[in-house]
Design a protein around this ligand. Structure first.
Ligand SMILES: Cc1cc2nc3c(=O)[nH]c(=O)nc-3n(C[C@H](O)[C@H](O)[C@H](O)COP(=O)(O)OP(=O)(O)OC[C@H]3O[C@@H](n4cnc5c(N)ncnc54)[C@H](O)[C@@H]3O)c2cc1C
Ligand code: SF4
Length: 559
């Protein structure tokens, strides 16, 4: 599946549709309310005792650094708002039943191009959004980090590709990323991918057919699902992908390298105290402005956890929300601002051949030939990826994109097994109109709901038009009929950006807040620019780097 299909309309929390099948209803009822073995087994250290580090949020930004800090022998507590699932029991081949994987609290969407929330943007649970991500893990190309230098627009990163490269390699090897060696785009690499590429699903094969005719190079994508059994240091053997195709519903055999089956077991092994279902609301400080403790609610009970350092990894909506709620790290005036969302238009076509879009690894094929197109009338660039899709997701997109309903929708969905899609993932420039703020409306916890303002600007519109033309041409060359496009934006990015100075950035290149020395941020929010690639690999790489820089600083202080 491409990155992120949009199942829900606009701003509202999706309706909780009752499950129709009585047997499935019974199974779900049995499974839903019991704690997972992980939840029952966790030792909980005294909640009064001061610990070295508290980590808030266990997604791509939180889990790698949690493991690193625990491995360094620090006393670490992780507070995660969502549950700790048992993949073998909780993840099913049923996209509606799996909607609990998404962050479904209401968020308000505003602006000219309001962003769909819910499953379009973020997850919850031990593993965060990686529980449902498609696991595309391309590296950015070096000039993704230098938009301002190259185009005079957008932002440069305060880090170079070469500084990040060793971390990309470490994450790829640790997760067991499957992909082509050598990789066709970008600089030569010291090491190839850990495993050979995964097999291409039908949409990917059709995309190859069309792209070949147009001279557009394609390649099996880098994907953090295992193409063969893989021995992971500190974790043990993990099973290969069975091509079930429901990666966005959670991977039940652990072949997809989500954080719960990779970095979290390491963290646990080294003594991290993981507290699921723990929603942080307050961050306390002393007279010097240093963080001293966090307050959170777990199973209806409020707790306080004292800490010497705080790592905030709540994702690009909840991280700035917590900062704004607690009046923390706001000196630069940039918290909530510089909000970006990847351009993500999809183009669908119908084929005479049977496609069966639910089958096979959904994150299969990539082309980065469109990274800097010669005829571009926009800043930055985009990549092309093939799509695998689940039926309810596809139907909801057809309803939104084609305005189909009733009989017309039923007729179109009869062709579901013959549809195939391509999407892009492209840059987005920060703009003053795009930001996140606290609204006046309160949620069930009596906290202000976040309001996310997003309006696609000229650059995004021009890039989207270029991409739509390219993808339509690929589908025409591949023999598709009834081609249509679905314009969309996904991934909230950049709301607590990193930079060289506290005048215009919230954190420095090591993820450390400029104005609160014992506060670190590690998630999608610190990206200064959106990058023209899927974000998770970079979030994980930055997470490890942030931990290393923190540990170096601590060692220097102790020396
Ligand atoms: C459907 C879908 C498919 C995707 N596919 C891909 C892909 O193929 N490749 C890719 O690179 N990216 C993909 N992405 C994007 C990617 O998953 C995210 O960008 C990335 O995982 C975000 O990581 P994060 O650590 O910033 O935030 P998250 O993973 O969202 O983690 C934040 C965590 O913090 C917790 N939290 C938040 N607030 C609090 C609080 N107050 N107290 C305690 N805990 C809190 C949340 O519960 C959550 O677990 C996809 C996204 C979606 C929606
Ligand atoms: S396709 Fe592979 S990685 Fe995805 S859910 Fe199935 S087994 Fe897991």
């Amino acid at each position: 599946m491409p990155d992120e299909e949009i199942a829900e309309e606009g701003v509202l929390t999706p309706l909780d549709t009752p499950v129709q099948d009585p047997l499935l209803r019974e199974i779900l009822a049995e499974n839903q309310l019991t704690d997972t073995p992980q939840e029952q087994a966790q030792p909980t250290s005294s909640k009064q005792e001061e610990v070295d580090c508290v980590v808030i949020g266990l997604g791509a930004g939180g889990a790698p650094l949690l493991a690193r800090l625990a491995q360094a022998g620090l006393k670490v507590v992780a507070l995660e708002a969502g549950p700790w699932h048992d993949p073998t029991k909780d993840f099913a081949t049923d996209e509606k039943a799996q909607s609990f994987l998404f962050w479904n609290d209401e968020r308000l969407a505003a602006g000219g191009t309001p962003l769909a929330m819910g499953r379009n943007n973020s997850g919850t649970g031990v593993g965060g959004s990686t529980l449902h991500y498609t696991a595309y893990t391309p590296r950015p190309l070096p000039d993704d980090l230098t938009l301002q230098t190259d185009f005079g627009q957008g932002e440069d990163w305060p880090l170079t590709y070469d500084e990040l490269a060793p971390y990309y390699e470490e994450v790829e090897q640790f997760l067991g990323v499957s992909g082509p060696t050598p990789y066709p785009w970008g600089p030569a690499r010291a090491k190839g991918y850990a495993l050979p590429p995964l097999p291409l699903n039908s949409a990917a094969q059709l995309m190859v057919r069309g792209a070949d005719k147009l001279g557009i190079r394609t390649s099996p994508a880098a994907n953090a699902a295992l193409s063969a059994p893989y021995f992971q240091e500190g974790v043990g053997w993990r099973q290969a992908c069975t091509n079930r195709g429901f990666c966005q519903a959670g991977c039940s055999n652990g072949a997809k390298s989500s954080m719960d089956v990779t970095y979290i077991p390491i963290a646990v092994k080294y003594g991290a105290d993981i507290r699921p279902n723990s929603f942080v609301t307050e961050i306390e400080r002393n007279a010097q402005g240093l963080v001293t403790a966090v307050v959170y609610t777990q199973n209806g009970q409020q707790h306080r956890q004292a800490c010497r350092h705080l790592f905030l990894c709540g994702g690009a909506v909840e991280t700035p929300r917590l900062l704004l709620l607690n009046n923390l790290g706001l000196t630069s005036g940039q918290v909530g601002r510089n909000l970006m969302a990847h351009t993500g238009i999809q183009v669908w076509g119908t084929f005479a051949d049977e496609v069966r879009p639910t089958k096979g690894i959904p994150g299969g094929l990539i082309s980065q030939d469109t990274h800097r197109p010669k005829d571009a009338d926009f800043v930055g660039g985009y990549l092309l990826q093939s799509i695998g899709v689940m039926p309810v997701t596809f139907a909801s997109q057809a309803a939104r994109g084609r305005k189909l309903w009733g009989q017309a929708m039923r007729d179109y969905m009869r062709k579901f097994n013959h549809v195939a899609g391509i999407n892009i993932l492209g840059d987005c420039l920060p703009h003053a109109d795009n930001f996140m703020e606290l609204s006046d409306e309160l949620d069930a916890r009596q906290l202000p709901k976040p309001r996310i303002h997003f309006t696609a600007q000229d650059n995004e519109v021009r890039m989207t038009a270029h991409a739509e033309k390219t993808m339509r041409a690929i589908w025409e060359a591949a023999g598709a009929t009834d081609i249509w496009s679905f314009d969309r934006y996904a991934h909230v990015i950049g709301t607590a950006r990193m930079g060289r100075s506290g005048d215009d950035a919230v954190v420095d290149r090591d993820g450390r807040a400029f104005d609160v020395p014992n506060l670190y941020i590690s998630d999608n929010s610190t990206f200064p620019s959106a990058l023209s690639v899927n974000p998770a690999l970079t979030i994980m790489a930055l997470s490890l780097r942030t931990a290393d820089k923190f540990l170096e600083r601590e060692r220097r202080r102790d020396a």
